[in-house]
Design a protein. Structure first.
Lengths: 165, 271
């Protein structure tokens, strides 16, 4: 083998650099890191179950977007709970995503940064400041849909879903 | 496996190709069948509009140019619109974004006017906005269907789908469309939290406040004009013969901008 030593040395350097994220994380003891998105204070539940939202929120939001903008639909009827929810990401006058999850950095970003996802929602949709009240005073007649019928399951308490990861 | 040059192609070689194609076909069908099940989009979602939504067969607007000019330099409508829709302000006219704005009579009704009309009329300022045409040229030229005409006549914009090609800006004969040459956010004085801004590289225009109609509210400009006491803007459903707009159009002579182009604008002006 011509220049065997140089080649092997080069390979060692290459492998070391390529595997840098793995051994560096191992060496600094962060191997068990799991992002913990901060859920809104006061508990409650989301429009669907936690597992569903974890897996499918991006698909749900994509479909909401088209339903609202292109089809003029505004109210979502939950598959799991049968309750009605405004289909809005950032309208602070209704019970939208950001009305509850009003701390984007602690909720959205904690996972998105971890997995390297960069949704471009925020190029246009406004990010509420964490100090902002959960619901802004309504500037108009409250467009919230009517309360669910009494035979529907009541919103689960904070301890049931949505607090412990 | 080697084959002598003069040896005929055996069935075996063909069989393995068939086998490969069959397997590939089976995989394609199999993957195609399972793909929908892998997405939450497989099931249709149950949705509905807000209970208090205003619905119409054909939204239209009448602007009374007499009442509009009672207060000199009134800009309540455009201010209300631009504030509620986060329309940025740029000093450089090349970057200007506008949804609704006052124009001179001559500029508005170039084809409908002449030099001998009463001076009082020629001096009027006219509020102009998207005409929500029955036959909108902007929709015809949009390559992505980012702008389209809704069933109720509103020419809508889907900012998510706009690629910023600006065909619509060229197609619109009324100059109703503005392009975001720059990031608008630094130039929005008071952010309306509940309405999104736009990003650099999309076209925007008046949408007859479809987001307010969906909540049962009148368009912001109409509301502001009423609040000022001018009541120069009348908005309603032209498909309903009992609506105020239908009544006005029946009783009074109204004009439209560049009607000869065949776009059938649905913003009517009372002279």
């Amino acid at each position: 083998m011509h220049h065997g030593g140089k080649i092997i040395f080069g390979l060692v350097v290459f492998v070391t650099l390529v595997t840098f994220p793995i051994w560096f994380t191992g060496a600094t003891g962060n191997t068990g890191y799991v992002p913990e998105p901060k859920l809104p204070a006061g508990g409650g539940r989301c429009v669907e179950s936690r597992e569903y939202m974890k897996a499918w929120h991006m698909d749900l939001l994509n479909q909401w977007r088209d339903l609202v903008v292109r089809n003029g639909q505004r109210v979502y009827i939950s598959k799991t709970y049968g309750t009605e929810h405004p289909m809005s990401l950032s309208d602070m006058t209704v019970q939208s995503c950001m009305s509850c999850h009003n701390d984007k950095a602690a909720f959205c970003d904690s996972c998105h940064t971890y997995v390297g996802a960069e949704p471009y929602c925020w190029e246009c949709h406004n990010i509420p400041t964490p100090g902002m009240a959960q619901l802004q005073p309504l500037t108009a007649k409250p467009p919230l849909p009517a309360a669910p019928a009494t035979d529907e399951p009541a919103p689960t308490p904070a301890t049931d879903e949505g607090v412990t990861p | 496996m080697t084959r002598k040059p003069d040896e005929p192609v055996t069935l075996d070689a063909n069989a393995s190709r068939r086998c490969f194609l069959k397997t590939a076909g089976a995989w394609t069908i199999g993957l195609g069948a399972t793909a929908p099940a892998m997405s939450a989009l497989a099931e249709a979602l149950t949705t509905k509009p807000y209970a208090e939504a205003k619905t119409g067969k054909r939204w239209a607007m009448v602007i009374d140019t007499r009442a509009c000019n009672e207060k000199a330099n009134c800009d309540a409508c455009s201010r209300a619109c631009h504030v509620s829709h986060n329309v940025p302000h740029f000093d450089d006219p090349h970057h200007e974004i506008k949804w609704i704005w006052p124009e001179t009579w001559k500029h508005t009704f170039e084809a409908e006017t002449h030099e001998n009309i009463p001076a009082t009329v020629a001096a009027r300022r006219v509020v102009v906005l998207c005409n929500h045409c029955e036959n909108p040229p902007c929709v015809r030229v949009c390559p992505t269907q980012a702008t389209w005409k809704r069933e109720d006549g509103i020419v809508m914009m889907d900012m998510h789908r706009c690629i910023g090609c600006r065909f619509c800006v060229v197609g619109c004969p009324y100059g109703s469309r503005s392009f975001n040459w720059k990031d608008p956010r630094p130039n929005i004085a008071n952010l309306e939290w509940s309405y999104p801004t736009r990003s650099k590289g999309v076209v925007e225009k008046c949408t007859f406040c479809e987001e307010r109609l969906a909540k049962g509210l009148m368009p912001a400009c109409v509301e502001a004009c009423d609040r000022e006491g001018n009541k120069a803007m009348i908005f309603g459903d032209l498909g309903d013969p009992n609506s105020k707009v239908a009544e006005i159009l029946r009783q009074s002579y109204t004009i439209r901008r560049k009607a000869s182009l065949g776009t059938a604008p649905h913003v009517f002006y009372l002279v």
